[in-house]
Design a protein around this ligand. Structure first.
Ligand SMILES: [Zn+2]
Length: 105
């Protein structure tokens, strides 16, 4: 298993809709790795069209907060903080905006 290149986290393209990081592959496709995978400690992004892979250089503190899409585990975190969770959509929108600000350096 060989690494084609080591890529700085800042150089990746981030899509907040899918929470996926991508980087152009020389074959014309894109390396991709999900934010969730990064939080899980994964640092290898693969290309779906060839066997190349890149290693992402990052610190966990660089990562934007992971947005839970599936089940609302949010309720545990927010419990008792005065936020009732009815504004979830708005909160997510704000989080997305701040993510963009954080990502574009
Ligand atoms: Zn490729």
């Amino acid at each position: 298993m060989s690494i084609y290149e080591e890529i700085e986290f800042e150089d990746l393209n981030y899509d907040p809709k899918t929470q996926m990081y991508t980087y152009p592959c020389p074959c014309g496709d894109m390396f991709s790795i999900s934010l969730e995978a990064l939080w899980d400690g994964e640092d290898i992004a693969t290309c779906p069209s060839c066997t190349l892979r890149i290693e992402i250089i990052y610190d966990e503190e660089d990562l934007p907060e992971l947005r839970e899409e599936s089940e609302s585990e949010d309720e545990d975190e927010k419990g008792g903080q005065g936020e009732e969770g009815e504004d979830d959509k708005e909160v997510n929108g704000l989080a997305e905006k701040s993510k963009k600000v954080l990502t574009i350096k």
